[in-house]
Ligand binder design. Structure first.
Ligand SMILES: Nc1ncnc2c1ncn2[C@@H]1O[C@H](COP(=O)(O)OP(=O)(O)O)[C@@H](O)[C@H]1O
Ligand code: SF4
Ligand SMILES: [Mg+2]
Length: 329
């Protein structure tokens, strides 16, 4: 990555303490970086620790039952994990904004959307009523909502799912954040609307020159948005690289499995592959490589040794020494 680093998550560990002293290591030593004006995807099946990673950045993990058990989260050089809540509030929504999966639960049903966007601005900026109104109209126009002036008076239930998600994106952009974290922002939408929102993200990212951390379980979405990709599995990073590395030359059996299960034109009419088994419960992770119970290439050492990251050059790394050794032969 040549760009200046904006966000650097370094060896983050997030545990949840449960019944009978059980500890769920939901995020187990995760490192990733987002450069300025870069779009980075965090991808992996449900339950692998993506949302917990995102919430940690914003200081939104409830402690207890959660515990930030280690690591650093540097944003513009400052460790967010060391900040007091008051200082974090200046960053949250202002310099780092978040878009969640289900806009109906994030928008307040009893307030007009104009008031809600206005409030998102007013929390962080001193601004007079006229300028606030103009800014709200501009934001709704930017996210592609027609008749923005009128729509400011609508209530959330009067909008379609896609439009509500556009409103959430407008709210995220309200204070010109340097970083937007989008956690499955299109998952609840149908495929056509999903494509429109992805396109919108790309356009806004360029116009507002912001960085985006885009979280999804859907590798298909990744190719449409990402400059670089981190593939997460069971609380760890399994593989990372430029989008071309991941789609053209995946080196981790988990990434390869995800790719094989993507629907494509060539596979139309055939039964789609799915990786056998499920993501392990983070309180009962298998020893060694956490992917070994599902891995077609597993050997005895995979059941015993925690796998090291292997470097393929150019920022492409995969946590599978078995395939790495095979490649070098
Ligand atoms: N508040 C919580 N208490 C206990 N476990 C949690 C809590 N939040 C998340 N987890 C666990 O952490 C793991 C990762 O969850 P999450 O980050 O939401 O996954 P993803 O977003 O990748 O689907 C899951 O096993 C989940 O059950
Ligand atoms: S380390 Fe072993 S179990 Fe893990 S992905 Fe590689 S081959 Fe599979
Ligand atoms: Mg999630």
């Amino acid at each position: 990555m040549n760009k200046e680093i904006l966000l650097s998550v370094d060896n983050l560990k997030v545990h949840f303490h449960g019944a009978e002293n059980s500890v769920a290591k939901a995020v187990d030593g995760v490192s990733f970086e987002v450069g300025r004006e870069e779009t980075v995807c965090l991808v992996g099946e449900s339950g692998c620790g993506k949302t917990v990673s995102a919430l940690s950045i914003l200081g939104l993990i409830n402690q207890p039952p959660g515990e930030i058990a280690g690591g650093r989260i540097l944003f513009a050089g400052e460790d967010l994990l060391q900040l007091e809540e008051e200082d974090l509030q200046h960053i949250r929504g202002n310099r780092i904004a978040m878009v969640f999966q289900e806009p109906l639960t994030s928008l307040n049903p009893v307030f007009k959307i104009g008031d809600q966007i206005g409030e998102a601005i007013r929390i962080h900026k001193k601004i007079d009523e006229d300028a606030l109104h103009r800014r709200c109209v501009q934001l709704l126009t930017d996210v592609g909502i027609p008749s923005a002036e009128e729509r400011l008076n609508a209530y959330p239930h009067e909008l379609s799912g896609g439009q509500r998600q556009r409103v959430m994106i407008a709210m995220a952009l309200a204070c010109d954040p340097e970083l937007v974290i989008a956690d499955e922002p299109t998952t609840a939408l149908d495929v056509t609307v999903q494509a429109q929102i992805l396109k919108l993200f790309g356009a806004l990212q360029q116009k507002h020159r912001m960085s985006v951390l885009y979280i999804t379980h859907d590798l298909g979405v990744v190719s449409a948005v990402a400059d670089r990709v981190y593939v997460m599995y069971a609380g760890i990073i399994a593989e990372q690289g430029k989008t071309g590395h991941i789609f053209g030359n995946a080196k981790h059996p988990y990434t390869q499995g995800l790719l094989a299960s993507l629907p494509t034109r060539a596979k139309r009419g055939r039964r789609l592959y799915s990786i056998p088994g499920t993501v392990p419960d983070p309180a009962h992770k298998p020893p060694g490589c956490p992917f070994h119970p599902r891995c077609p290439h597993a050997v005895q050492s995979c059941r015993e040794q925690y796998p090291q990251m292997c470097d393929y050059g150019g920022g492409h790394q995969a946590r599978c020494p078995v395939l790495f050794a095979r490649d070098r032969k």
